[in-house]
Design a protein. Structure first.
Length: 163
């Protein structure tokens, strides 16, 4: 039997994290200096928003709702995270491209970890659709591959000196 109270808190945390993740996807898509990265991230936004809707369904399946306090905290944390030392005071640093892509990759890794927990629970509980979770896990794996490729491209562009 699943402890729906604990699972609810866990999923609320993931839901709040998705709010911050979507904000970061939007900002990174708008501000990446590489047009390929901008296009790829823009395309990912709709998928990430759909995944958040799936998370809402999983919360509802156990009688839980998103926690507005956690959501506000995650949103605020994403905004505060914008103010970090990146070697530039007035304008956007090229380093921001690398750091944002790395942060997005880590966020997707965390999302996938949540999907894996639900996928395991789906073995014993019909509230969670195993086939849907398999698709979510596959999508997360694809996102990780794309983000890693973009991250390494940005790292090469930023850290390699050209003569």
């Amino acid at each position: 039997m699943i402890d729906e109270g604990r699972l609810g808190h866990y999923l609320q945390d993931h839901y709040a994290g998705s709010a911050a993740g979507i904000e970061l996807f939007r900002r990174a898509a708008d501000q990446q200096t590489d047009p390929v990265a901008r296009t790829t991230l823009t395309a990912m936004i709709a998928t990430v928003e759909d995944e958040r809707t799936a998370l809402e369904r999983f919360l509802a399946a156990i009688g839980a709702k998103p926690d507005p306090v956690k959501n506000a905290g995650a949103w605020l944390a994403e905004k505060i995270g914008r103010f970090k030392s990146n070697g530039e005071l007035i304008r956007r640093s090229p380093l921001s491209d690398v750091v944002e892509l790395e942060t997005l990759r880590l966020a997707v890794e965390g999302k996938a970890a949540g999907w894996r927990v639900l996928r395991q629970l789906a073995e014993d509980d019909a509230k969670f659709d195993a086939a849907e979770l398999d698709k979510l896990l596959s999508a997360a794996a694809d996102q990780i591959v794309q983000l890693e490729s973009l991250r390494m491209s940005a790292a090469n562009r930023v850290f390699r000196q050209t003569p």
